[in-house]
Write a protein of this length. Structure first.
Lengths: 485, 364
């Protein structure tokens, strides 16, 4: 299973059978085998890992997907599903000798039901396209990852994507009602229903966030949310990150669940301000963005309450967005944080740990100490409401040893997240990037249970092999090399 | 408060040696639910206590035997709540026979996976489960998920075991997301026939209104609003109807099924349907919750197969919730490929089939 299949090399005859079979299933232009055509598929958003696949299949119908799966299953060829390739953990990194199954052509919104507030969409539909299509009904699709212009709903399901509003509106798992899924042997099943639950085990929840290792999403029914009448954001400056962290706790202690609650440290604010000129306070050690949405009366009440708390918590400056344009401007900086950091460094690694918020000061202090140790810079953006920290480690891949130092530094940050009671990934997934750190977070028995779950769906271990759940051998190596310390 | 993990583990290891099936039981308040329990009784109520509660982190971790009422009281002290409003069940405070209302445990609540009136807008039990500590059928103590809001490391086993009726392992600890109690609440009542009520609930559901519960029965639609004071006040105007003072008791009776509708010996069916499904042509008058998505039916008349077919046609499923003839199984049968996956998952977590055999589906 798993590991052995992962590296199995196909014979020339097997490759010929595979390609011959695929040609019968797919249109001529839906099968890519030439190196120049495969290049765009060699990595996803995690560009540090690159691997050319054997070939790329671009089916356009469910029957074709099923036929491709059956063929790969029969020939025991590994297969990696891919949406828009915006993932940040290498979940869509190809396997050498394997097939990349692109769902990019499944771009149709099949049905919008404003009455029951659901939309039925194909997996290649972009996240933002759903909200755009349902806007005339006063509805939207709530999860809003920063890549929402490009990322697809199939990928969101695979990663259980979040966004800046998930404290109040939930993650993908809270906003998908039903999935139509093809299993590796070509069987098509439905998990979840258009009702609010389904009988038996919650396979819908299990499928969401399973990183393309259990099945291929053919269709998703998503829940739509009524668009709030108004949204307003407060921007507060702090002369100390600890005070900013405490302010977040104070807001929640006041019984408020803001629609968005984000924090940036000074290096992040600087990078962003140079890039988008959002009007951020450059003297602040940390800035906090807290959004309220709802009816105008509700927003007024909540904004006033939050301002009072922020003042009490020692904010040095508090600004409330005066109109929609200013609200978007305040957010523009936070939303552009990754590209802004990308401008000031040749390369960066985006980490994704979640920590209990009370340990924020300790974690940020340690991240700064580690920066000195590894002689690298790091900017921090933080989904403060739910404790999801994104340290952005800056490095230059062309400088001797920097890739290794950045990777080691990132690994330390993830281990630190686990030590304080958190997790190595809040929303980006394990993929290929953090498969080693899984050994730090889970015991041998827990990992064995994950392999059991995998085998219940994909006994031959053909779907996205080598990702998300490490083999026992991999963990021995991880511990031996001292990465876990 | 006691940590009985070791004792429970020893019991499970001994049962594994003897191949003795175990019937896991917290407070026994949901013994009526699911297929009839079988196996030697393994009680978890002694394994109790709140392990960690950080109100500003919105997370609480409790041992599974902790009384649900005790947890809710601890949360209420901090102005917080379990937003999915789980039913406790139990005999009701007036009755002297156990199980009593206060006996329900957090473990049973998560294992049964039931949610109350707030479910349609706030989410279900599974939406609030962040992590579990699980004792497997091999006697291993396994941790999945965690104590943080966002966590995608590994498969989502915490949600998988929520509602699994204890068949995948014995819950030792659960971490739950909690929320602040709403600042204001109001209940409105409108006279509407069933079809118009379903239409109204769906229409309101598509608007930015602070709905937190709906209940239609016998021509009366009750609507609960929860949220910021200003939002509740504005929504009252939009919805109309008559304001009902002191409605907390009404919603509690609904949540605990202590209303007249639920009394008597007639079989109680739960139909889970797409919220906008038209009234089903079935004998008996339903009680409708969750904006139309949960419909209760008291009826001995129809055959199970007929009800299940009607529910499936409408896009949902039917559960024989209380009473009635359980010989055909209480849950809607699964298609064969899904059933196979269920069996394999069961074997992964409980290879010898020790825990609650047949409670969810016959055969595992």
């Amino acid at each position: 299973m798993g590991a052995s299949e992962e590296h199995r090399q196909l014979s020339e005859a097997e490759i010929a059978r595979l390609i011959g079979g695929l040609r019968r299933i797919l249109a001529a232009d839906a099968l890519l085998v030439e190196q120049e055509d495969l290049l765009p598929y060699e990595c996803d958003g995690l560009t540090a890992y690159r691997q050319l696949p054997l070939l790329v299949a671009l089916p356009t119908t469910e029957a074709q997907v099923v036929a491709v799966l059956k063929l790969c299953h029969e020939l025991r060829v590994p297969l990696v599903a891919r949406g828009a390739g915006t993932g940040l953990s290498g979940g869509a990194t190809p396997v050498a000798h394997g097939v990349v199954l692109s769902l990019a052509k499944f771009m149709r919104i099949l049905d919008i039901d404003p009455q029951s507030r659901t939309a039925r969409v194909q997996p290649g539909v972009r996240n933002l396209a759903i909200s755009e299509a349902v806007a005339p009904y006063g509805l939207y699709y709530a999860p809003d990852p920063s890549s929402q212009i490009a990322c697809t709903i199939g990928g969101n399901v695979a990663e259980n994507s979040g966004g800046v509003h998930c404290l109040k509106y939930g993650l993908t798992v809270h906003n998908v009602l039903r999935l139509r899924v093809a299993l590796i042997d070509g069987t098509v099943v439905e998990v979840g229903t258009e009702a609010l639950d389904s009988p038996g085990y919650d396979l819908l929840a299990l499928m969401i966030g399973s990183e393309g290792m259990l099945g291929i999403v053919l269709e998703a029914t998503v829940r739509l949310t009524p668009k709030p009448l108004l949204a307003q954001v407060v921007m507060a400056s702090f002369d100390d990150v600890v005070k900013a962290g405490n302010a977040v706790a104070d807001i929640i202690a006041a019984g408020i669940i803001p629609a968005g609650l984000e924090m940036m440290d000074k290096p992040a604010t600087r990078a962003v301000e140079d890039y988008v000129h959002a009007g951020y306070d450059l003297s602040a050690e940390a800035i906090l963005l807290a959004e309220s949405d709802g009816t105008p009366e509700e927003v007024a009440e909540e904004i006033a309450a939050m301002c009072a708390v922020l003042e009490q918590s020692g904010a040095t400056d508090i600004r409330v967005s005066r109109d929609e344009a200013e609200r978007l401007k305040f957010w523009a900086g936070r939303k552009a944080a990754f590209p802004a950091v990308g401008r000031i460094t040749p390369d960066y690694l985006c980490m994704d740990g979640t920590i209990p918020r009370k340990h924020l000061a300790q974690v940020l202090t340690r991240i700064a100490e580690l920066a000195e140790e590894y002689q690298l810079r790091c900017a921090n953006v933080f989904h403060a409401g739910d404790g999801n920290l994104h340290p952005l480690i800056m490095f230059d891949a062309n400088k001797e040893g920097e890739v290794e130092r950045a990777t080691a530094y990132g690994g330390k940050i993830l281990e630190l997240s686990v030590q304080v009671g958190g997790t190595i990934t809040g929303e980006h997934g394990v993929g290929i990037e953090k498969v080693g750190q899984m050994c730090a977070q889970f015991s041998k028995e827990e990992l064995a249970a994950f392999h059991g779950v995998k085998a219940a769906f994909d006994e031959r271990g053909l779907l996205n092999p080598g990702k998300a759940v490490p083999t026992p051998r991999r963990c021995s190596e991880y511990r031996l090399t001292g990465a876990a310390k | 408060m006691n940590d009985l993990s070791e004792q429970l583990r020893e019991r499970v290891l001994a049962a594994a040696v003897d191949k003795q099936p175990l019937r896991i039981r917290g407070g026994g308040t949901k013994d009526f639910y699911g297929n009839p329990p079988e196996g030697e009784l393994l009680e978890t109520a002694g394994h109790a206590g709140i392990v960690a509660y950080e109100p500003t982190e919105l997370v609480v971790t409790v041992r599974a035997g902790t009384r649900l009422a005790e947890l809710e009281a601890a949360l209420a002290e901090q102005g917080q709540m379990l937003a999915f409003e789980p039913p406790h069940f139990g005999g009701g405070e007036r009755k002297s026979q156990p199980p009593h209302f206060g006996d329900a445990t957090v473990g049973g609540c998560v294992a049964a996976g039931l949610s109350g009136p707030r479910r349609a807008t706030a989410g279900a039990a599974r939406d609030y489960v962040l992590g579990v500590k699980l004792l497997s059928g091999s006697g291993e103590i396994l941790n999945f998920g965690g104590q943080v809001m966002k966590n995608v490391a590994g498969y989502d086993v915490s949600r998988l075991v929520t509602g699994a009726m204890g068949t995948l392992g014995l819950l030792l600890e659960v971490s739950l997301k909690v929320l602040p109690k709403p600042h204001a609440e109001a209940t409105l009542r409108l006279e509407l026939p069933q079809d118009k009520a379903i239409e109204a609930m769906n229409r309101w559901g598509g608007q930015p209104l602070p709905l937190s519960a709906t209940c239609w029965n016998d021509g009366l639609l009750s609507v609960r609003l929860s949220g910021a004071r200003a939002a509740v006040a504005a929504a009252r105007e939009r919805i109309g109807g008559e304001a009902v003072a002191g409605a907390e008791g009404f919603w509690r009776a609904l949540r605990e099924q202590q209303m007249d509708f639920f009394s008597g010996e007639t079989a109680l069916w739960r139909l889970s349907l797409p919220s906008k499904a038209a009234p089903l042509d079935l004998p008996g008058s339903p009680l409708i919750e969750w904006g139309g998505a949960q419909r209760w039916l008291k009826s001995d008349a129809p055959a199970a197969a007929m009800l299940r077919e009607a529910a499936a046609r409408a896009g949902g499923h039917a559960t024989l919730f209380r009473g009635g003839d359980k010989s055909m199984g209480v849950f809607q049968p699964l298609p064969e490929p899904l059933l196979q996956i269920h069996r394999k998952l069961k074997r992964t977590f409980d290879p010898q089939g020790l825990f609650n055999p047949g409670r969810l589906y016959s055969g595992f």
